[in-house]
Ligand binder design. Structure first.
Ligand code: CTP
Ligand code: MG
Length: 232
């Protein structure tokens, strides 16, 4: 790492939260006195490593401008895109004049408000000298089945299966290039998959199980519980 290498955060926050089935996108639901996205951004800011945070927001989003954090001097707003990968690419484009190809970018879902500074620093410290970069991930406790219809075809070797979390940390230039090349490919559901398709081999770093993604209604209560347990 050269002394001038910077770290940037990118937060895709332009989803509608269909599976949450609420009256607004899930990032604007209340959790322990703040909206989900405020928790997420405050946790990224509190890590004190990012030059700025680029947040992708839908053009039809009336909630974002109402939040104080939207005008924070380290927060840059970019237009959201059709898929998550499009939103990430848009946020990367928003910092193209200030980010260098060699800088690191940590992409983190707006819907993961329980991220700890400890996990941010673990990811950075583990991968800062890596060629490619990588992601926080969790092993699976459950036995995993390969199923067709309702029939089990086999059992997966769990030792090789990890669940991808965020942040996902890659070099600015490499990530932007991979996402541009993969535009329209629906198999790209996270940043790592865009690089994998290019033949690159991102690493995993074991993250904390409390870094959940708010996806379904019951996840809000779980996030609230985890926040109450976090004192480190
Ligand atoms: N996201 C985005 N742009 C999109 C789709 C998703 O920025 N076009 C963001 C979401 O806001 C979220 C993150 O990507 O922070 C992870 O996506 P997901 O959990 O799937 O959120 P939603 O797409 O909003 O939820 P759902 O799939 O249930 O509709
Ligand atoms: Mg989605």
């Amino acid at each position: 790492m050269t002394p001038t290498t910077k770290f940037w955060a990118v937060v895709p926050a332009a989803g509608v939260g269909k599976r949450m089935n609420a009256d607004r996108p899930k990032q604007y639901l209340e959790l322990a006195g703040k909206t989900v996205i405020e928790h997420t951004l405050l946790r990224l800011l509190s890590a004190e490593v990012f030059a700025a945070i680029a947040v992708a927001i839908s053009s039809e989003d009336p909630y974002w401008p109402e939040l104080e954090v939207s005008s924070h001097h380290q927060v840059i707003t970019a237009p959201g895109g059709k898929e998550r990968a499009d939103s990430v690419l848009s946020a990367l484009s928003a910092i193209r004049d200030v980010a260098a190809d060699e800088d690191w970018v940590l992409v983190h879902d707006a819907a993961r408000p329980c991220l700890t500074a400890a996990d941010i620093h673990l990811l950075i410290n583990t991968l800062v000298n890596d060629e490619v970069g990588g992601i926080l991930a969790l092993s699976s406790h459950d036995t995993l089945k390969n199923v067709q219809g309702q029939t089990i075809l086999g059992t997966l070797d769990r030792s090789h299966i990890w669940r991808a979390l965020t942040p996902q940390m890659f070099r600015y230039g490499m990530l932007k290039n991979a996402l541009e090349s993969g535009q329209g490919n629906l198999a790209i559901t996270d940043e790592a998959s865009a690089l994998e398709i290019q033949g690159l081999q991102p690493k995993i770093v074991e993250g904390r199980p409390d870094n959940i993604k708010i996806t379904r209604p019951e996840d809000l209560a779980l996030a609230q519980f985890y926040m109450g347990q976090q004192h480190d």
